[in-house]
Design a binder for this molecule. Structure first.
Ligand SMILES: [Zn+2]
Length: 98
């Protein structure tokens, strides 16, 4: 098991189109700003730790990526969770919605 210390990820729009698409009308202020690498996953639903399809070990949490805005909302203000196997270098991702 490899634990990564937490790193915040900032969503910085790289052009005008991206700048227009961020933000939510009705979601809580932290929605859209929950992306991070490492630390512990902030599950929106029940905890889930995938098993590596190659070696069958429980995979390590790597990152979570938040919804961007109302037009780019992942399953109703949800997030993508990414898990890695550091032995096999395989990755798994899944979505939870809030
Ligand atoms: Zn593995």
């Amino acid at each position: 098991m490899k634990r990564i210390p937490p790193f915040a990820l900032q969503r910085i729009p790289l052009n005008a189109e991206a700048a227009q698409l961020q933000g939510f009308k009705y979601a809580s202020p932290e929605t859209g700003n929950r992306s991070k690498i490492g630390g512990s996953p902030d599950f929106l639903q029940s905890a889930s730790h995938p098993v590596c399809p190659d070696c069958r070990q429980t995979m390590d949490f790597f990152a979570q990526l938040d919804s961007i805005g109302d037009e780019l909302s992942i399953a109703d203000c949800g997030m993508v969770y990414i898990f890695l196997c550091w032995s096999c270098y395989s990755a798994q991702a899944f979505i939870q919605s809030s």
